[in-house]
Design a protein around this ligand. Structure first.
Ligand code: PMP
Length: 419
């Protein structure tokens, strides 16, 4: 793997914003990215949970190439093209009933915006409940239900009104308080009869890779049913095999009213969407929502093939197995006192750093991440204080790539002293 010294620093000043990193990449293959000099980097970010099938999976590249010869654009309110039909057919094999109707968009935020608009339209209500530490995107509606960090919201006020923020449980013993507080917020702030939706991540992503205790999501389902509120699950980071099931909600006996998907859906092409029961989706009258590019033919072809690859290569099952091994290995680092907590599900795993006073240790997480990057391993942080290093390798990652990454990580942990 590469070292930082080998890189050409002048490209750090690219005239593009945002430019969070100095990495200049020219191609990707499987778990690896390669810079202009051909130096390999193990990409354990999957472009933030996008390339679940690895970079440039040959079958997906082939599907895009074949589609590029046939049709590049087809406006979805005017026509229904073949790749979209193929995609819907594939989605129906992995999303349970009654989520049988789809609306396609381009980015995660746009899909969140669509879900919120659909919920308002379908219920005739305006208010929304979201959760502490949640991340749903950067557009005004999505940002209004995003609370993971203040930087996402600062200087963008006023945001969408009518939003209440309920606590999200980390441990089993937190659940009763969180549910009580949620019901209190419904009664005192948004009013059940005026609340259109509850939007929640089945595992907090940007908020720090927090898996809620078993039973929490079904309780949300129960509360929503009781009040006629639509339950929106944001599966943007947790979907498409990442957690060991096709969707993270499948770990629990519950189904949302609206499921939001993006990222892993099309292996890197910009595609997102929502799934809802037809009777909910039909409450959207024609013309009440739409966009020019949603459901682009190239993106749909990539997505249909992505779902086939995920199924045929049993990638959700791989994520479940490899994730357990990864958590066990990282827990050995925890046992030696290097990490505060290891948590996650499937190949969505976070390592939380705290200092000797038990305060979130952003500095150490940043230093460990940089030390890994210097040895050719790309990792990313998350969490309100950026004190959690997340492991989101492609689901195609090999055992030897995982061990290679763990060796780099362990040496980085030893090089960077606890603060
Ligand atoms: N929801 C979740 C759970 C996400 O992880 C993200 C992206 N990190 C988004 C929404 C927003 O997606 P996008 O960046 O494509 O707008």
């Amino acid at each position: 793997m590469s070292t930082m010294a080998q890189r050409d620093w002048k490209y750090a000043l690219a005239p593009v914003w945002p430019h969070f990193t100095e990495l200049q990449i020219s191609r990707g293959k499987g778990s690896f990215l390669f810079d202009r000099e051909g130096n390999p980097y193990l990409d354990f970010t999957s472009g933030i949970g996008v390339t679940n099938t690895g970079h440039c999976h040959p079958r997906i590249v082939q599907a895009i190439q074949a589609q590029a010869e046939k049709l590049l654009h087809g406006q979805a309110t005017i026509l229904y093209h073949e790749p979209m039909q193929e995609l819907v057919k594939e989605l129906r094999t992995v999303i349970p009933d009654p989520l049988d109707c789809f609306f396609l968009t381009n980015s995660g935020s746009e899909a969140v915006e669509s879900a919120l608009k659909l919920a308002r339209h379908a219920t005739g209500r305006t208010n929304v409940t979201c959760f502490q530490g949640g991340y749903h995107g950067r557009t005004i509606g999505a940002m209004s239900v995003t609370t993971a960090k203040t930087v996402y919201r600062l200087h963008y006020q006023p945001l969408m009104p009518g939003v209440a923020v309920a606590p999200y449980p980390r441990r089993k013993e937190d659940v009763p308080y969180c549910l009580e507080e949620l019901e209190r917020l419904l009664v005192t702030q948004t009013a059940p009869s005026e609340t259109a939706a509850m939007i929640v991540e089945p595992i907090l992503g940007e908020g720090g890779y927090i898996v809620p205790p078993a039973g929490f999501l079904p309780e949300l389902r129960r509360i929503c049913d009781e009040h006629g509120i639509l339950l929106i699950l944001d599966e943007i980071q947790s979907g498409f095999g990442r957690t060991g099931q096709f969707f993270a909600f499948e770990h629990e006996p519950m189904i949302p009213d609206i499921c939001i998907m993006a990222k892993g859906l099309a292996s890197g092409l910009p595609l997102s969407g929502i799934a809802a029961p037809r009777e909910v989706m039909e409450r959207w009258v024609t013309g009440s929502h739409g966009g020019t590019y949603g459901g682009n033919p190239l993106a749909c072809a990539a997505a249909a093939e992505t779902i086939r690859v995920l199924k045929e290569e049993s990638l959700p099952e791989r994520a479940a197995t490899l994730g357990k091994e990864l958590i066990a290995s990282l827990n050995r680092c925890k046992d030696s006192g290097e990490i505060h907590e290891v948590r996650g599900r499937g190949l969505m795993v976070g390592c939380e750093f705290r200092d000797t006073r038990q305060k979130p240790d952003r500095d150490r997480a940043a230093k460990v991440r940089l030390a890994c990057l210097q040895q050719g391993l790309i990792l990313l942080t998350c969490g309100t204080y950026d004190h959690v290093i997340r492991w989101i390798p492609p689901l195609t990652v090999s055992q030897s790539e995982l061990s290679q990454a763990l060796t780099v990580f362990e040496s980085a942990l030893m090089d960077v002293d606890p603060s």
